[in-house]
Ligand binder design. Structure first.
Ligand SMILES: *[C@@H]1O[C@H](CO)[C@@H](O)[C@H](O)[C@H]1NC(C)=O
Ligand SMILES: *[C@@H]1O[C@H](CO)[C@@H](O)[C@H](O)[C@H]1NC(C)=O
Length: 311
């Protein structure tokens, strides 16, 4: 019966006309995250979907184009404040601290940067005019970067199905939420800088960080969870919020990261970052050389991204 129903649905979806265009709400993350998402959004619009991108009035790299509709909203911080929080974040990545000081410093600086980005989400939910507009627009689905949890909260609020488009997520949430196996012996945890080949002590370190994952994400996302709980008018956990994602589009692959098990709704779309190739600026090759010297190339940080292009 289920199979027949499924076939019927596929048949309906294949009928010309019925499957034409959907109405998609895009809730992006500003900066580099948006650069790869933009190509996908443009393609979706090109294929006849009606795409609306929510953009904060203060952001990096985001601008309107002919391809999609932009709905912008005012925010309460300045560009200078946004820049400063990110400078601090990058500086911490280039410091050479030993474990566990590196992990703590990294956590601290990501938290500070996150706080700055997150105020944009608060501004979005405080804006009644936008909320009403979104509610009346009748979207079919939400495409969002999970990192701020803003899109996930919005999708839950309007009871819309949502698709995550992502590179990284702290605390292995992208494996935790879909109940994906995540073996400690060969899946390195964020902030450890280990590879999938770990010595005994690196595995101990991996295990310790994974124990902390249960705790630190609740601290990291405390503001986001408070906002989500207020908006949704019930107590929500991180897993509650993200586990109903329909599809996880992962902007990496086994070559770039490590071999590991995934769930059927997790799709590797590695290579999408290379849609626009350009020679590296000088300052970037300097970072790469520094990281290479420290033998920290194959980490999960964003900093290593351009190095692969250089090779
Ligand atoms: C955490 O970040 C704040 C703000 O950048 C800084 O003042 C503080 O010293 C940092 N604390 C640690 C433990 O790194
Ligand atoms: C959206 O609008 C409908 C109809 O006006 C209303 O019943 C519903 O509560 C609104 N939903 C949200 C999440 O604001």
């Amino acid at each position: 019966m289920t199979l027949r129903l499924c076939c019927a649905w596929i048949f309906v979806l294949l009928l010309p006309g019925l499957s034409d265009g959907g109405k998609l709400l895009v809730v992006p993350m500003v900066g580099s995250h948006w650069l790869s998402m933009q190509h996908v959004v443009e393609k979706l619009a090109e294929r006849g979907h009606e795409v609306v991108v929510l953009m904060p009035e203060v952001s990096w790299q985001m601008k309107a184009t002919q391809a999609y509709t932009v709905k912008s909203y005012p925010v309460t911080h300045t560009l200078e404040e946004l820049d400063n929080s990110f400078r601090e974040f990058v500086a911490t990545h280039l410091k050479d601290l030993p474990f566990p000081l590196n992990t703590l410093a990294m956590f601290n600086s990501s938290w500070n940067a996150f706080h700055m980005f997150f105020t944009q989400c608060q501004d979005l939910f405080n804006n009644k005019e936008i909320q009403q507009h979104l509610n009346q627009s009748g979207f079919d689905a939400v495409l969002t970067d999970p990192i701020l949890l803003c899109g996930a909260t919005l999708a839950n609020y309007f009871s819309l199905p949502f698709v995550f488009f992502m590179r990284g997520f702290p605390c292995s949430l992208h494996y935790e939420a879909p109940q994906c196996p995540n073996p400690l012996s060969y899946v390195p945890r964020l902030f450890t800088f280990n590879s999938d080949h770990m010595t005994f002590f690196q595995r101990v370190e991996n295990a310790l960080v994974s124990l902390l994952e249960l705790v630190y994400c609740n601290v990291y996302y405390s503001e986001a969870l408070k906002l989500s709980s207020d908006v949704l008018q019930k107590d929500v956990s991180l897993v509650d919020l993200v586990s109903s994602a329909s599809i996880w589009l992962l902007r990496f692959d086994f070559v770039f990261e490590y071999v590991r098990p995934v769930m059927p709704n997790m799709v590797f779309i590695g290579g999408i970052n290379c849609a626009q190739k350009k020679p590296l600026p000088k300052v970037c090759s300097y970072c790469c050389r520094k990281l290479k010297k420290k033998n920290k190339l194959n980490t999960q940080t964003h900093v290593n991204l351009p190095c692969h292009f250089e090779n």
